[in-house]
Design a protein around this ligand. Structure first.
Ligand code: GLA
Length: 391
């Protein structure tokens, strides 16, 4: 049975009728360009073949009912009184509906069953997939005239306003704008973007899920955003044209090192260097120089660990293991940090051995059963089936 069939059957079992619509939402990876999005820099993500499926039908009422199949929990929402509750997963969905109401879209009640194979809390943006998936449901169900970029921005606003996470635009944008076999080079200042063919030659992307997610993640994320802003505020006194770290050169930063608190300097140095690395990584990818791309990933990990300080012992272990394993071009922690997955560029003929060995070594070191995924770049979040009863 496919995931789509499973969720569609679940809908029938839960709500006693067929769904009208099925939306498939994608997780994302990011090759390089970490913590650059909210600094108006560049990122290089792709939507991946790890999904959340939503099966949906209107119910003729003023309430929405949600069934989260993977964790077997339900939630309800009164459309005339959207409030956040104590189920975080539900808040990701409620916030989207609130944003549509803010745009003046009049919603009617509907039922949703959702679930899939996108690991939760693993740095592959399950929350953005929930948001963008829900927004795509609303667009299709109520024929809302809204473009994909606007959906990404609406989802980001919901994260800011309803969830209280000051995230950048990367995750939502990648989830909905992804294209098969391409990575997205996104300028987070202008949202202009292009696609680079995701040709890795003899290599494949392998994700290793540490299965840990340290509670520091959300508070430290906000702290990093503030530390970067603090750096900009100081540097702007010397260079009035600076709006974000995107505008700062390494040379300017070095020149004013003494003006910045040490921690702020380290954060800024990581971001400015990462923007530069990303541009070099794009060239490497375009030239299919995967070894060079891997070296740049390794440097990103070093920066995230030592300067941005968002790694975790589990991730450092996984990355060290990978970087010294024959046939691995590069490895780094991916996403917001403090847990989640590492991303690894592994030679095709070494993939299976690598997975077996790293999962073993991780178990021995931390007594945790990690998980590995071979992922591919796919088309982003979209309706995949009108199903029974639509159009
Ligand atoms: C999280 C955020 C993104 C981005 C990454 C770090 O995934 O949601 O906006 O900042 O962390 O690159």
């Amino acid at each position: 049975m496919t995931l789509e069939e499973r969720i569609s059957d679940t809908f029938v079992g839960k709500f006693g009728r067929e769904s009208e619509l099925i939306v498939r939402a994608s997780g994302r990876i990011n090759i390089i360009g970490e913590h650059t999005d909210y600094n108006e820099g560049f990122v290089l993500p792709a939507a991946i073949d790890k999904y959340i499926y939503f099966a949906v039908a209107k119910n003729g009422r003023r309430i929405c009912r949600f069934w989260a199949d993977d964790i077997e929990e339900s939630a309800e929402l009164d459309l005339d009184n959207i409030q956040s509750g104590d189920q975080l997963w539900a808040n990701y969905l409620f916030g989207i509906l609130q944003q549509f109401q803010k745009l003046g879209v009049s919603l009617e009640g509907f039922d949703v069953a959702f679930g899939g194979n996108l690991p939760i809390g693993s740095g592959m943006s399950s929350s953005a997939a929930m948001e963008v998936g829900m927004a795509s449901v609303v667009k299709a169900l109520f024929s809302v005239d809204i473009g994909k970029k606007e959906i990404a921005l609406l989802a980001q606003r919901s994260s800011h306003q309803f969830i209280g996470v000051p995230c950048g635009i990367m995750d939502q944008f990648a989830s909905i704008m992804g294209q098969k076999d391409q990575v997205i080079r996104l300028d987070c200042r202008t949202l202009s973007h292009d696609y680079i063919p995701f040709h890795l030659g003899d290599y494949r992307v392998v994700m290793i899920n540490s299965k840990v997610s340290h509670s520091l993640a959300s508070s430290e994320y906000g702290t990093r955003v503030k530390e970067c802003r603090a750096g900009v505020d100081i540097l702007r006194q010397y260079y009035p044209g600076i709006v974000s770290l995107r505008d700062v050169s390494l040379q300017q930063l070095e020149q004013h090192r003494a003006d910045l608190p040490d921690v702020v300097y380290k954060r800024c140095h990581y971001v400015v260097a990462e923007n530069d690395r990303l541009l070099r990584a794009c060239d490497a990818l375009e030239e299919e120089d995967i070894e060079l791309l891997g070296t740049l990933l390794n440097q990103t990990h070093e920066g995230l660990r030592d300067e941005y300080e968002v790694s975790a012992p589990e991730l450092d272990f996984l990355v060290d293991f990978a970087q010294t394993y024959g046939g691995v071009a590069g490895s780094r922690i991916m996403g917001g940090g403090f847990g989640g997955c590492s991303i690894n560029l592994v030679r095709k003929d070494r993939v299976d051995a690598f997975i077996a060995d790293i999962i073993d070594a991780y178990r021995n070191a931390f007594n945790v059963e990690g998980e590995a995924y071979k992922v591919a770049a796919v088309d982003g979040t979209r309706p995949v089936s009108p199903g029974v009863g639509i159009g």
